[in-house]
Design a protein around this ligand. Structure first.
Ligand code: DX5
Ligand code: ZN
Length: 215
């Protein structure tokens, strides 16, 4: 199967979100990746519910909402109403991760867990049959345009082995610093979804850039 591509709207032109959403609709992108930052869990604030809802009016593909916020349980239902089809929460922000995942699924959404670069995959061992995807952060969350951390490859291989051994069906998503220089190696390591922000929206031809990493 070809790698799924989830362009990160964080790198879009916020004054032209409709135009950029239409571009993604026409492209080979598979999901819209929506980065929500609260200035607490991460040292940056991106945008919130009304902007998410506005994007969803134009998005013709599933909306993957990446919550980089503290106590995400408070907002799961609101993000569903704002158009989320799937939500990932950070393991580091959820002391009762199992419960949070159940809540996402009870809302009828796909559930993902995001892991910071230093966080071991071990916390997922007893959760693998409950989740739909794991978002492996290949940069420290909070900003677009950062440099890819190379230890990600081994982490992806280890996670792939863990998923296969458990006989679970979980997608591995990579988020941060993804571009044409690492896409093939990430796929080889076991990645099935690539998030890309600055690489896509910074390209002269974003649609061609998407095709190039859809391997
Ligand atoms: C980082 C965000 C990413 C970011 C990726 O905190 O979670 O989704 O937008 O941007 P690039 O592809 O530019 O690293
Ligand atoms: Zn993200």
């Amino acid at each position: 199967m070809k790698t799924l591509i989830a362009p990160s709207v964080l790198a879009a032109d916020f004054a032209n979100l409709q135009r950029d959403a239409v571009m993604l609709n026409e492209s080979q992108a598979d999901w819209f990746h929506i980065d929500i930052m609260d200035g607490m869990f991460v040292p940056n604030i991106s945008f919130g519910l009304p902007v998410c809802a506005a994007i969803s009016k134009h998005a013709k593909k599933p909306m993957d909402v990446h919550l980089m916020i503290e106590q995400p349980d408070r907002y799961l239902e609101d993000f569903k109403k704002a158009g989320a089809d799937m939500i990932s929460v950070h393991a580091e922000a959820c002391p009762h991760l199992h419960r949070t995942i159940q809540k996402i699924k009870e809302l009828g959404l796909k559930a993902g867990v995001a892991l910071n670069p230093h966080t071991s995959i071990d916390c997922l061992r007893y959760l693998l049959h409950e989740i739909d995807y794991v978002c492996i952060m290949s940069v420290n969350p909070g900003f677009g345009g950062q440099k890819f951390i190379p230890t990600t490859y081994q982490k992806v291989r280890d996670l792939k082995d863990m998923i296969d051994e458990a006989g679970a069906e979980v997608l591995i998503q990579i988020d941060g610093g993804v571009d044409a220089s690492n896409a093939a190696k990430l796929k080889e390591a076991g990645a099935s979804v690539l998030v890309a922000g600055s690489y896509v929206f910074g390209a002269e031809d974003p649609k061609a850039a998407i095709e190039k990493i859809k391997l």
